[in-house]
Design a protein around this ligand. Structure first.
Ligand SMILES: Nc1ncnc2c1ncn2[C@@H]1O[C@H](COP(=O)(O)OP(=O)(O)OP(=O)(O)O)[C@@H](O)[C@H]1O
Ligand SMILES: [Mg+2]
Length: 162
């Protein structure tokens, strides 16, 4: 049996923390789908299409990493894809409570789906998309915290606004 893992999130934008988790998942599972949640936020920085394009470009050399979008209940998407593992990243205790609730709720909804948690490399454990957007919009450097392509897209956005 091959294991199809799904890594759901908003990825607005993709950070090196996400990349770290995806690379670990790609080594552990036969295939991992980066599943970008559509319409999670009312005013995202990047459109769903842009987020898909970025993730596909960053992982173009990883044949077992796929990028897709989903809407609605994750377990419905899992069933449609016949996927059996949900991958989530754990940065700190602060993630734990919410992640545990979600994992147990998803188990309630779909008993055969297992949630697997992974820790990122310590140097990425403080990164979140929200903080990246905040730091960047206030003029801070995000070099090394996001893929080069994301840094470039953020800079394009800034020069448009100026
Ligand atoms: N730096 C990181 N290291 C490990 N896991 C992470 C990291 N950033 C996010 N994750 C995990 O990735 C998954 C998807 O998260 P999400 O798309 O919400 O990213 P986020 O950075 O938390 O964004 P936001 O700040 O908008 O909530 C979650 O399981 C989250 O815990
Ligand atoms: Mg989050």
């Amino acid at each position: 049996m091959s294991t199809l893992a799904v890594y759901p999130g908003s990825f607005d934008p993709l950070t090196n923390g996400h990349v770290d988790i995806i690379e670990r998942g790609a080594r552990l599972f036969d295939r991992i789908v980066v599943a970008i949640l559509v319409n999670a936020e009312k005013s995202p920085m990047f459109t769903t299409g842009e987020r898909v394009e970025i993730a596909r470009a960053v992982f173009h050399d990883h044949p077992n990493v796929e990028v897709d979008t989903f809407d609605g209940l994750l377990v419905n998407y899992m069933e449609r894809r016949r996927a059996n593992v949900i991958v989530r990243g754990l940065r700190a205790v602060s993630d734990f409570e919410y992640e545990m609730q979600m994992a147990l709720m998803n188990r309630e909804l779909a008993g055969t789906v297992e949630t697997v948690f992974m820790m990122p490399a310590a140097q990425y454990s403080f990164i979140s998309s929200r903080l990246i957007k905040e730091v960047f919009s206030l003029g801070g450097k995000v070099h090394g915290l996001v893929p080069d392509l994301v840094e470039q897209k953020l800079q394009e956005r800034r020069s448009v606004r100026l």
